[in-house]
Ligand binder design. Structure first.
Ligand SMILES: *Cc1c(COP(=O)(O)O)cnc(C)c1O
Length: 384
């Protein structure tokens, strides 16, 4: 069977994990720090803090930015629920702005329109999502956010290695924090780098960095320079309400080991995307597809068709397990129950009615991809 996403664990990955299991450190230890430094350098930022999963990374980012019961935050409906949930964890209110139907990303014009509807200061921040691996133009979003005094969290869970070109033609890597205050990544098995469970927050801000370190471990510090007093070698201070969001050293070494193949694997994803693009270009029944786009990290390859459910079932009968990304977050029962009036986001809802994510992962063989393409084309031509 062919899934839509799958981890890729090599003999070297396994050997590296065994080495850590035989070392003195099982939970957070020296390998976590090594992984953080290597990851920060990969995405071109100053600081990286490893945490137990992408959702924890979002939660800590929300706490760093002071989200509380009075906060209002704008995000996209086409994302995993956790993007919005981090605002709710802190009691804040989520506003959804519609996507751009061409890029599937949060549409800056819709965000601007929403900001303009209310007095300045009404909104606290914007959470953008580099959906499917396509980088958001954060230079433009930063300008808009600055006009309205908003912060930006970049949910880059789909996009390590992705980038956009700024107005000067300079490459801006996802998670480099040249524009976003904080960026988050996930190391769930379907993502680019797999730790089993794992996440990362990146930032260029030393204050946020210190906050993240503390919040990931109960709000506790053992740094004598940061404590109000010191009773002795055993002493620590819990200075704020934090969590246990630590990553273990044996997960970190898996991440570190996989990070070593990230560039290579990204190239393979791009080749897979190119083959899909060639196969589906100008097909009359494919309304839109991910296509080949510079800087796209291809976590997902999406096609839009009218008979989506039928195609999904047909591919399933052929042992090809596609997925739908995503059910619009504003339509999930929890979010529906929060708002008194029904929100309508035309582009997101239209996209959801037609989208299907095809198998996309570095170990997808040429043979298996050809089988996927043939199956899709054969469904579309009715020969099944
Ligand atoms: C995977 C994902 C998350 C959550 O990451 P976990 O590691 O599963 O908690 C958040 N946002 C997006 C866009 C994701 O794809």
């Amino acid at each position: 069977m062919i899934p839509y996403g799958r981890q890729n664990i090599t003999k070297e990955d396994i050997d590296n994990v065994i080495q850590v299991l035989q070392s003195d450190f099982l939970t957070q230890g020296p390998t976590v720090l090594k992984f953080e430094e290597a990851f920060a350098s990969y995405v071109g930022t100053r600081y990286a803090v490893a945490v137990s999963n992408g959702t924890a990374a979002l939660h800590l980012s929300a706490l760093c930015l002071g989200i509380n019961e009075k906060s209002r935050v704008i995000t996209t409906p086409i994302t995993f629920a956790a993007t919005a949930n981090c605002v709710r964890f802190c009691g804040g209110e989520v506003y959804f702005a519609d996507i751009n139907p061409e890029t599937y990303l949060l549409d800056i014009n819709n965000v601007r329109a929403l900001l303009e509807e209310y007095p300045k200061g009404y909104f606290d921040g914007i959470i953008t999502v580099d959906f499917a691996g396509r980088a958001v133009d954060l230079e433009a979003f930063r300008q808009l956010a600055d006009e309205y005094g908003c912060w930006i969290i970049e949910d880059a869970c789909h996009a390590p290695g992705g980038y956009f070109e700024d107005s000067l033609g300079k490459v801006q890597l996802c998670g480099n924090n040249n524009f976003a205050d904080l960026s988050v990544f996930s190391f769930h098995p379907v993502k680019h780098i797999a730790c089993g469970e794992g996440g990362m927050v990146t930032t260029n801000n030393p204050i946020h960095y210190e906050q993240l370190l503390k919040l990931r471990s109960h709000g506790i510090t053992k740094d004598s320079e940061k404590m109000t007093c010191n009773d002795g070698g055993w002493y620590y201070e819990m200075q704020e309400l934090g969590f246990n969001y630590r990553l273990t050293d044996f997960q970190a070494v898996l991440g570190l080991s996989q990070l070593g193949r990230a560039v290579e694997n990204l190239l393979i994803r791009k080749e897979i995307a190119q083959r899909y693009a060639v196969a589906f270009n100008q097909h009359e029944k494919i309304i839109r597809h991910s296509d080949f786009i510079i800087g796209h990290a291809y976590h997902l390859y999406i096609i839009e068709i009218n008979k989506r459910k039928e195609l999904y079932d047909y591919l399933k009968s052929k042992e090809i397990f596609c997925q739908v990304h995503y059910i619009p977050v504003h339509q999930l029962p929890y979010y529906r129950s929060l708002s008194s009036q029904q929100i309508q986001l035309e582009h997101a809802e239209n996209y959801y009615s037609k989208c299907l994510s095809l198998p996309m992962f570095p170990s997808l063989s040429l043979h298996d991809q050809s089988y996927v393409i043939e199956s899709v084309l054969s469904f579309l031509s009715g020969n099944f």
